[in-house]
Design a protein around this ligand. Structure first.
Ligand code: A3P
Ligand code: MG
Length: 325
């Protein structure tokens, strides 16, 4: 199967993404800096569901036809793509059909909630490190330089909206973009994903191969061509910055034991979407189909009517109903 990926729309351009500054010398960025005094942290207990992409759909209805089969978020597609190689974390998706379009949202599993509640201070600080790296690497515009003395605010983000196709399934989803390069100019070719990682040793360990799979899956779907990785020591100091081409990542693990193949990920995702289309028969946002999966199990589903799982907000249902002719 040769899936196509075509990107036709981008959004939230008023706040254009930041420009990447890849250091030419050894960087020694201290990722710990500012954790205790210059950090505004998003409240992770608030689940924004699909609200932002739904608002985007409403705002763009005059010059845009919702002619897709699925509406979702990039993170959910990343989870689906990596499923064939995942052996630790299961998932649960809430799915509902409204006016012919299927909406896919995530439900936090019990295990994920326990992990979130029991996060150690060390783990919370390490989560901050990824955002701090973004600050070291990004400037507001081409002329300026990054300002690591500022506040790291994880409530802020730039999102692109992508229309794409996997086999016969048409999808619309939003994806957070970390920053852009000066050339090429057009999205998504100008987009860059930033990542931090503990230093990778060769031969690659299984966890490092899996990390590359996650990086690939996250960037492949919205067509982000490169990932700039900051490798850090145990003390949170970035000692090396390296660029990886999304299209070449799978070749880095080729021939290794436990390697992964993009085709396997795409085929699974395609089969899952076909399965969902077959199962989700009722066109009614008060009916939610819960698809769940645990490692080494098959994907199963249950059906819920007028339950706590309904996730399409009333304002969205009313607006679409009012304007749909
Ligand atoms: P790293 O990916 O460099 O660790 P993203 O890379 O997806 O743009 O996310 C930016 C940063 O948010 C991550 O940087 C990480 O610090 C933090 N983060 C996002 N999702 C996370 C998760 N599920 N668990 C831990 N940290 C997360
Ligand atoms: Mg990132």
């Amino acid at each position: 199967m040769n899936p196509t990926l075509s990107t036709r729309r981008e959004q939230y351009e008023e706040d254009f993404p930041l420009h990447t500054h890849v250091p030419t010398e050894n960087p020694s960025f201290d990722l710990k800096d500012g954790f205790s005094d210059r950090y505004v942290k998003r409240d992770e207990s608030v689940d924004e569901k699909l609200d932002h992409i739904l608002k985007w759909i409403i705002s763009n209805r005059t010059d845009f036809t919702l002619d897709v089969d699925f509406v979702t978020l990039r993170g959910h597609l990343t989870k689906l793509l990596t499923t064939p190689y995942e052996d630790k974390e299961g998932w649960m998706f809430a799915v509902t059909k409204f006016r012919g379009t299927i909406y896919i949202d995530k439900v936090e599993t019990e295990a994920a909630r326990r992990d979130r509640d029991n996060r150690t201070e060390r783990h919370s600080e390490m989560m901050y490190w990824g955002y701090k790296f973004e600050q070291y690497m990004c400037a507001d515009n081409i002329e300026s330089l990054p300002d690591p003395s500022g506040v790291v605010n994880t409530n802020e983000g730039y999102y692109t909206v992508v229309r794409t196709q996997i086999a016969e399934h048409k999808l619309l989803f939003s994806a957070e973009v970390d920053c852009r390069v000066r050339e090429p100019k057009d999205p998504p070719s100008c987009y860059v994903e930033l990542k931090t990682s503990a230093e990778i040793r060769t031969p690659l360990k299984r966890s490092d191969k899996f990390k590359l799979l996650k990086w690939w899956a996250q960037s492949f779907m919205p067509g982000v061509p490169q990932v700039v990785a900051g490798f850090r020591d145990r003390d949170g100091i970035v000692v090396k910055v390296e660029t990886f081409q999304t299209a070449e990542m799978s070749q880095l693990v080729e021939g290794e034991n436990n390697c992964w193949k993009p085709t396997v990920c795409m085929n699974f995702c395609n089969d899952f979407l076909t399965f969902v289309k077959d199962v989700v028969s009722e066109d009614d946002p008060s009916v939610v189909y819960l698809f769940s999966w645990e490692p080494r199990r098959d994907v199963g589903f249950t059906i819920h009517r007028d339950s706590q799982y309904g996730f399409l907000p009333e304002w969205y249902i009313n607006e679409i109903t009012r304007t749909d002719t």
